[in-house]
Design a protein around this ligand. Structure first.
Ligand SMILES: [Zn+2]
Ligand SMILES: [Zn+2]
Length: 652
């Protein structure tokens, strides 16, 4: 008999070899119908985390803690979607004989499979046919069987099948560790885990076709990547499709064009955004918003160049990380002289710290810079403003003493929460990434410092009442960190706002301060960026608000529209008075119908419309529309009061 411990701490006895499915059945048939996989952690296993995800039919032969995973669990979704990629592969094999397979993982929303169609072409028009086949196969309730196989046997099978991709993968595996999974007529090299059978897959949507190089290598075969998503209920697919429709409307690339914020030019280069005047205004507002708050919090502005000598990044370790796969060094007429586009601002800031001696009383020092950095991303990875090759971080580096770490951390959390609040991002959680306690040698910095920093972060997060998850083993090798995940208006999660402790760079740059007893000490460094980058943040704000920016952030706050050209002079006068009160206003008195001009302003998503005609001129008033809602007629003073009240409310 073995002991199985449940998440609530209760323990039950089972025969050795019991399966997850039998355990679920022993609790309730309803649970057994809903459960998709089981997380298993052997008793005495001191590794961190939730354990290993097992197939429901895999025997458990040792005392263990378990967690029965349902659709709501991310790990169950992974199993569900990975199994769906096998189902799709089976459908493809029956529709396109001779097809060969690369890899087919689960991803954040669904799955894909990279396939070599053996000379066949498929287009979007073929997807419904594949979906239909998948549903047909799913309904036949095929079991996913896990089969141990020797390396020789596996190589023989896939060689005979003519699948050189699987053969290449197998050749890299160790004998004795190789498993197949088989569903129906389809056999795949796979370590699992998988669903018990296919019939829980009730709804299928294949979402896209793209090209993908085998193993991401541009010099190797181009495969076809087919993306899809599946659900255990048809209604969940309907919800997902509706969400995707809504997401399409909010796509920041579309909004950026309509609102005339930014553009890209092939001639300038891929992934290098060009900010149009309205976008640049919005960007300045974001920067100034943070600048003002940072100045209140004792940050000091610094400015550093866009390039740095290669040695700087060799010292910092960034060359090793970004060197080969990134932008290559810039050469000068001077033989052997090499510069790099900066991938990070930190090394420059370390040199600023080093430029003068510091006493313990000078700390913390907080250097802030809107620093533009350049990182080479593969062209296929580029996406609007969220994945670019040049971007501006709202960066700052805090140099402090170990005893100041927690307080500084708390202040940074406050700043990030202030940013979220002002942008009405009210649904967020924080992930605390700590060391893997069983693998301490992987990390730089003393045990004592790590313990202090980790506890400091945990305490700071608790003190601020953050909803947190703790992930062991997710810290960087140079220090623990805290990341914020924000849910946007339609429920999508974005990672924004990072705070990171660093013991590495102070060491590499030999940074020091003089302590009270006269001894030299290393400061601790905190990297932090509440926005992450201006580019990415702009994208998130646009998608979150669907382009309806808060008044304080809108590049054009007010558009004044005369009913006809006759009232253009009055419109100009009204606009001038608004500008005198620091309102970002402009007039559109073009010889177009009022309806057409209103539609164009709607495209630009200007929050406030002021319309003036005969009556307004006679009364010295304006007619106001705010976000499409008629606010009636106001005197100019009345309008300013209304305007300021809206601003005050937003920034309170
Ligand atoms: Zn698999
Ligand atoms: Zn940094």
């Amino acid at each position: 008999m073995i002991n199985i411990t449940f998440p609530d701490g209760s323990v039950r006895e089972y025969e050795s070899g019991v399966t997850g499915y039998e355990i679920a059945q022993s609790i309730s048939p309803r649970l057994a119908a809903e459960v998709l996989a089981i997380a298993v952690k052997a008793k005495g296993d001191s590794s961190v985390g939730k354990g290993v995800t097992y197939d429901l039919l895999r025997p458990i032969t040792f005392n263990a803690s378990v967690n029965l995973l349902k659709w709501e669990d991310d790990d169950a979704k992974k199993v569900f979607w990975h199994s769906s990629s096998h189902l799709m592969a089976e459908a493809l094999e029956s529709l396109f004989p001779g097809v060969k397979f690369g890899i087919g993982p689960a991803i954040e929303n669904g799955f894909y499979y990279d396939v070599d169609l053996n000379g066949n072409q498929i287009t979007e028009a073929d997807l419904p046919k594949i979906e239909k086949k998948m549903i047909e196969l799913a309904r036949s309730k095929e079991r996913f069987d896990r089969i141990d196989v020797s390396k020789a046997e596996a190589l023989k099978y896939f060689t005979e099948k003519g699948d050189q991709y699987k053969c290449e993968l197998i050749s890299e595996l160790e004998d004795g560790t190789i498993t197949y999974y088989r569903n129906g007529a389809f056999t795949d090299l796979c370590r699992g885990p998988h669903l018990m059978n296919t019939d829980v897959i009730k709804a299928v949507k294949l979402t896209a076709i793209a090209g993908a190089y085998w193993r991401g290598d541009e010099k190797r075969q181009q495969l076809t990547r087919i993306y899809g998503i599946t659900f255990p209920k048809k209604s969940l697919l309907d919800e997902y499709v509706a969400l995707m429709e809504e997401a399409k409307k909010r796509d920041h690339r579309k909004l950026g064009k309509e609102m005339e914020l930014f553009t890209f030019s092939q001639r300038v280069g891929l992934g290098l955004p060009l900010w149009l005047p309205r976008g640049a205004v919005m960007r300045n507002i974001l920067e100034n918003f943070l600048r003002k708050k940072q100045s209140e919090l004792g940050y000091l502005p610094v400015v550093t160049p866009h390039i740095g000598a290669k040695d700087l990044y060799v010292t910092s370790g960034h060359y090793a990380k970004y060197g080969k796969d990134s932008f290559q060094p810039i050469h000068t007429p001077q033989e052997g002289e090499e510069y790099m586009l900066k991938p990070m601002n930190c090394p420059h800031h370390c040199e600023i710290f080093r430029s003068s001696p510091h006493s313990y009383k000078d700390l913390p020092l907080r250097y802030a810079e809107f620093g533009t950095v350049y990182r080479y991303e593969q062209s296929g990875e580029l996406h609007g403003l969220t994945r670019v090759r040049g971007f501006t971080q709202d960066d700052a580096h805090l140099f402090c003493r170990a005893d100041q770490l927690q307080e500084e951390f708390e202040k940074v959390i406050d700043l990030i929460l202030y940013v979220f609040k002002t942008l009405k991002m009210t649904d967020y959680m924080a992930q605390i990434s700590l060391r893997d306690p069983n693998n301490k040698e992987k990390y730089i910095g003393s045990d004592e410092n790590w313990a202090k920093a980790e506890q400091g972060i945990i305490d700071a997060a608790a003190k601020k009442g953050l909803k947190t998850v703790v992930e062991y083993g997710e810290a960087a090798f140079y220090g623990p960190k805290l990341d914020f995940m924000v849910k946007d208006a339609i429920g999508r999660r974005w990672q924004l706002g990072t705070i990171q402790v660093d013991y590495n760079l102070p060491e590499r740059f030999q940074l020091e301060y003089t302590d009270a007893d006269g001894s030299k000490k290393r400061p601790v460094m905190i990297h932090r960026a509440p926005f992450g980058s201006i580019e990415r943040f702009t994208a998130v704000v646009l998608e979150h608000t669907a382009g309806h920016l808060p008044l304080w952030l809108a590049p054009d706050q007010v558009k004044v529209l005369p009913v006809s050209e006759k009232y253009a002079d009055y419109a100009e006068k009204v606009c001038g008075l608004m500008k005198n009160s620091d309102i970002r206003a402009s007039v559109d008195s073009r010889n177009e119908t009022l309806g057409k001009r209103i539609r164009e302003v709607a495209m630009l998503r200007v929050p406030m419309l002021v319309i003036v005609g005969e009556k307004e001129v006679a009364d010295g008033t304006v007619s106001v529309r705010q976000e499409g809602v008629d606010k009636g007629t106001m005197t100019l003073d009345g309008f300013k009061e209304h305007f300021n009240a809206v601003l005050a409310e937003e920034l309170s």
